[in-house]
Design a protein around this ligand. Structure first.
Ligand SMILES: *Cc1c(COP(=O)(O)O)cnc(C)c1O
Length: 381
């Protein structure tokens, strides 16, 4: 059975009534026959049938052992970081998601330090590993400059030196429909399911999929201890949203590719840099082509007239692209990282990671590409 079919088959009908959709088990507790004798559910923080179906779906999509659903992407990041102890070290991709960066700063207080490196060259990672390094944190593609790291090469070469090192991949941008990090050697995959997986900009959710029972038992214990679980209703919304993941990401990737090419060919007099892993000009295009099924729904670009004012003019003039943070929904969004998502990133870090004053990020929705193209064409005159 192929992925798209399995995804739909995993959305089980209700054994009690035959209801074709997964019911929302909106309950905190469950009646027991005798103390400890129950149908596998005793309290919703520990287990809930709606959440369990979502966890099964994502395990299957990511080709892992088991999964856990959290109340947000960052709650799932936090659970993974709790696997570490005082004195442990993390090596992480330098243009990591801003919220993860902020959280890693909190962990510094607990004696867990992070070294940030440009992971687009695998050697940069391998050369700074030490016996203290317990975790490698990757995102590929990254936000907002779509940097690509070679997940397979990094996993293999680092585990050759330190077999117990944990490889974690934040797969939010690629989605399991385009990239399966566990197959490429990762131990854990996390998602902000808020973005593509739920896909309709109506819920916050986080997911972890692990490769083996050991990580699962530890993370299940952490989740039950800290309580940041996904509610039954939000689990249901995520199940509902993810049914169309393959259809949406295909359309979103097609839209992104078309407009990236248009910007490259027709707007070169206005545009300084274009970031899209599907373009031959992209630094790690061949790695993206090797590890991803297609190139995703995000395109970023900067302007030759590299000022905040100039970028603001563009992001406030589009008709269909709505000015908003977040990404991955059905509606196309436009965003100005320097004054929005990356406002709190220090200027020197922004400069180093390529977030120019005029950088603009497009998150493609599922609208018709001709309309989106016309919209962009009108504002870039
Ligand atoms: C949004 C995002 C997160 C955080 O997820 P929330 O659901 O907002 O908590 C983590 N990683 C990446 C790459 C993201 O885009």
């Amino acid at each position: 059975m192929k992925e798209e079919t399995r995804l739909i088959q995993n959305i089980l009908s209700d054994p009690l009534t035959g209801a074709i959709t997964t019911p929302i088990y909106q309950t905190s507790t469950y009646v027991q026959e005798a103390p400890g004798v129950h149908k596998g559910y005793d309290y919703t923080r520990t287990n809930n049938p709606t959440r369990k179906i979502l966890e099964k779906i994502i395990t299957d999509l990511e080709k892992g052992y088991k999964s856990l659903a959290f109340s947000s992407g960052l709650a799932s990041v936090d659970a993974v970081l709790k696997l570490l102890e005082n004195g442990d070290e993390i090596v992480a991709v330098d243009d990591i998601y801003g919220g993860t960066y902020r959280l890693l700063n909190l962990y510094k207080k607990l004696g867990i330090h992070t070294k940030f490196v440009d992971t687009t060259h695998s050697e940069n990672i391998i050369s700074i590993l030490s016996p203290k390094t317990k975790m490698i944190w990757l995102e590929s593609p990254t936000n907002p400059t779509l940097k690509i790291s070679d997940i397979k090469h990094i996993s293999e070469s680092s585990k050759k030196v330190y077999p117990n090192i944990m490889i974690v991949v934040d797969n939010t941008f690629a989605t399991p429909a385009l990239q399966n990090p566990i197959i490429l050697g990762a131990d854990m995959v996390i998602h902000s399911a808020t973005k593509y997986i739920a896909g309709h900009s109506d819920v916050l959710a986080g997911l972890i999929t692990v490769k083996n029972p050991d990580f699962y038992e530890k993370l299940k214990y952490i989740q039950n201890s800290t309580g940041g679980i996904l509610s039954p209703f939000d689990s249901w919304l995520t199940i509902r949203g993810c049914q169309t993941l393959y259809l949406r990401i295909k359309k979103q990737s097609d839209n992104a590719f078309k407009i990236a090419l248009f910007l490259l060919k027709e707007k070169s007099h206005l545009i300084d840099k274009i970031y899209y892993p599907g373009l031959y000009q992209h630094k790690n295009h061949t790695i993206a082509a090797k590890q991803q099924l297609s190139f995703g729904g995000i395109v970023s670009f900067s302007l030759k007239n590299d000022t905040i004012e100039n970028a603001k003019k563009v992001v406030t003039s589009t008709k269909y692209f709505k000015l908003a943070e977040s990404l991955g929904g059905t509606k196309s969004l436009i965003c100005h990282p320097a004054t929005m998502t990356h406002k709190s990133t220090p200027l020197e870090v922004r400069r180093k990671t390529g977030i120019q004053d005029s950088l603009i990020r497009l998150s493609f929705g599922i609208e018709n590409s001709e309309d989106l193209l016309e919209d962009i064409n009108n504002v870039l005159q």
